[in-house]
Design a protein. Structure first.
Length: 421
């Protein structure tokens, strides 16, 4: 470790998150110390000796915001899995330097760390030369890549729409890395928690580079004219991301129409991971290879783990997939393949299948179709045995509201063999 490395204290009671954050920061040459609570941090360290404190909001004993006053001039970056505008505003009001939600994006975390520590603009905002790629061969991803290829060399604003965790920031970085401004700064403004003074400063910093307005849908109405004026002056390349429909927000007077039209020149709709499930295998391979290299041993997945990854609904999208695989990789042993149980997916996938069967199964027309008191497993068994001779596997799965793979898995679990013709 470099003797001149910046000192960072992590205060987090969840071991997996603490360990993964430590490894991330150490890979980027930061010196990291740890504590599991506010009390432990104050007893073990002189808080004023650190360059930055990263703390979870909800800790045993005291809230992470209790570190702000004793830390003095040392900035405190607060993490929370209870992400909302209200908690962000309250956290910032108590004096936190910034706010980031869990699970956090690695690049977003590093950008926040660099900004708060006050490293040089070149270090603070530069995008890695090996920009993360949007992996996949699904039609929606290929369309995005074609649009990015055409839009990146221009200076037009780009609006990126999509759910949290779909890779909106990654796409923004790709656009920047392939533009004429690739050697200039890439400035991120988190619109959820930005203050007016901070917005003024960051707009000035971005004057010669690319400005990424993350979650522009959360930007307060009072601050929207500042962004609009800066865009109209055309001193930087503007890329914005949103989870919400900006046009709908305009119609309800929660977003300025003139700002929307200024941003909506090239629009990209990033699909959810469940909408491009065919890309899950290549994304999984990419992350597993990355973590195998980091941990020093080859990580393997069992067949049931691969099936579970493909069957899960992924409400957290690519970010959830990445964090789930990272946690499993840290917990795994070199000689032990990662199973669906280690991933934490076994119960989730089975619960999802049960819900699909319950909600989507054809409703009985008479009492004889489904005797009263049958459990879901009993009903599944009864329905399959009664209909498998005159229905194909595809038709059975469709009637039950599940995939063919789920039908096969449940057959195996319940011991229902397919009768041979």
């Amino acid at each position: 470790m470099n003797e001149n490395a910046k000192q960072i204290l992590i205060v987090e009671d969840e071991e997996i998150i603490r360990l993964s954050l430590r490894k991330l920061l150490e890979r980027h040459d930061y010196a990291v110390s740890e504590a599991i609570s506010v009390k432990a941090a104050q007893e073990a360290y002189n808080l004023n000796e650190f360059n930055l404190i990263i703390s979870d909001l909800r800790l045993p004993g005291s809230s992470g915001t209790e570190l702000i006053q004793p830390a003095g001039s040392v900035p405190v970056l607060v993490m929370t899995s209870y992400a909302s505008l209200r908690s962000a505003v309250e956290t910032m009001r108590q004096g936190a330097a910034d706010y980031i939600s869990k699970p956090f994006d690695h690049e977003e975390m590093l950008a926040a760390v660099r900004r708060l520590i006050g490293e040089s603009d070149q270090q603070q905002h530069a995008v890695k030369s090996q920009c993360p790629v949007v992996l996949g061969t699904s039609p929606k991803i290929l369309h995005i890549l074609r649009t990015v290829h055409k839009a990146a060399p221009t200076s037009v604003p780009v609006l990126i729409q999509g759910e949290s965790g779909t890779g909106r920031r990654t796409i923004a970085e790709i656009i920047h890395a392939n533009s004429a401004l690739a050697d200039q700064c890439f400035v991120t403004i988190n619109c959820t928690s930005v203050k007016e003074a901070q917005l003024h400063k960051q707009l000035e910093v971005s004057s010669e580079g690319t400005l990424f307005l993350n979650n522009i849908c959360e930007l307060p109405l009072a601050l929207q004219p500042l962004v609009l004026k800066a865009i109209e002056q055309k001193t930087f390349r503007c890329i914005a991301s949103t989870e919400q429909d900006l046009q709908a927000l305009c119609e309800s007077d929660r977003f300025r129409k003139d700002l929307f039209y200024s941003l909506n020149v090239v629009r990209l709709q990033v699909p959810s991971l469940r909408a491009r499930a065919e890309d899950i295998p290549c994304l999984t391979k990419y992350f597993i290879d990355q973590y195998s290299s980091e941990l020093g041993f080859q990580i393997h997945l069992t067949e049931d783990a691969l099936q579970a990854l493909n069957s899960y609904s992924w409400p957290g999208n690519v970010r959830e997939l990445q964090n789930m695989l990272y946690q499993a990789a840290i917990l795994s042993e070199p000689e032990e393949p990662i199973s669906a149980e280690i991933l934490g997916l076994y119960d989730k996938v089975n619960a999802s299948d049960n819900a699909e069967i319950y909600n989507s199964s054809p409703q009985p027309n008479s009492a004889n179709d489904q005797p009263a008191g049958l459990s879901l497993e009993d009903y599944f068994t009864s329905f399959v045995l009664e209909n498998q001779e005159n229905m194909s596997e595809t038709a059975l799965a469709q009637k039950l509201g599940i995939s063919r793979k789920s039908l096969w898995e449940r057959r195996n679990k319940l011991g229902i063999s397919r009768k041979k013709a």
